[in-house]
Ligand binder design. Structure first.
Ligand SMILES: [Zn+2]
Length: 237
């Protein structure tokens, strides 16, 4: 049974419909999504009808067609532009985040008439710092791509997750525990999105989600994994 994850911020926008679907559940029939490559490429929804017509990691919805991303442990980020009533779905793993996919999506919305303070952003289910160990040497390569301070984005000790429904990832190296949702948050803040407009649902795919939701858990237990679709659209009316 999949768990329904909701965003308080997006729930408050009556013109928006969205879902962070459980792993393995099919997306809506008329959805548009790209062939994802951990890139900074953002396209219009029409470019990915039918789905995977082209490579993109960010997709903008101009009409009522839902736009989606599929993820396992990477971040799905859903954005609503309250000024133009446009929406965007972003696939933001560590690599794509550092490549600039979030900045590029905000820029693209602003080229079309949005302003950053009119954007509302929900950061969906992804591997959280309770389960995301990286080699410490990764911090310096991350720092080369991110101009701000990383001090809030990682922990020396593995954080305990009181909401875990299965064991957290075991340390496999003397690494650090990285907070990708926090890095995404800091990038969005730098892009001008107000803190009050950014919500991290705080749902870890490794230790909180249904079975088969985590790519990394699969690499540890060979338990299999399935993609999770997250989508957003402007409501018809
Ligand atoms: Zn976890």
């Amino acid at each position: 049974m999949g768990i329904r994850v909701r965003s308080t911020l997006l729930d408050a926008l009556e013109w928006v419909e969205y879902a962070f679907q459980p792993a393995g559940e099919a997306p809506p029939d008329d959805v548009a999504y790209g062939h994802q490559r951990h890139s900074a490429t953002v396209v219009d929804d029409a470019a990915n009808v039918p789905p995977k017509s082209c490579e993109s990691d960010g997709i903008i919805g101009f009409g009522e067609r839902p736009v989606a991303v599929y993820t396992a442990d990477c971040l799905p980020v859903l954005i609503a532009d309250t000024q133009q009533r446009r929406v965007a779905a972003v696939h933001a793993g560590l690599k794509g985040t550092l490549a600039g996919i979030l900045d590029r999506t905000v820029e693209r919305l602003c080229e079309d008439g949005a302003s950053p303070d009119g954007l509302y952003v929900a950061i969906g289910p992804a591997i959280a710092p309770c389960c995301y160990e990286l080699g410490e040497e990764m911090l310096s390569s991350i720092a080369q791509s991110f101009s701000g301070s990383l001090s809030h984005c990682w922990h020396r000790e593995q954080p305990h997750n009181p909401f875990a429904v299965r064991p957290q990832a075991k340390a496999t190296q003397h690494g650090i525990w990285f907070n990708l949702p926090q890095l995404a948050t800091e990038i969005l803040l730098k892009a001008g999105v107000p803190a009050a407009h950014i919500e991290n649902v705080g749902f870890c795919t490794y230790c909180m989600a249904e079975n088969g939701a985590s790519y990394r858990r699969n690499t540890h237990f060979n338990s299999g994994y399935q993609s999770r679709f997250s989508w957003i659209r402007r409501r018809g009316g």
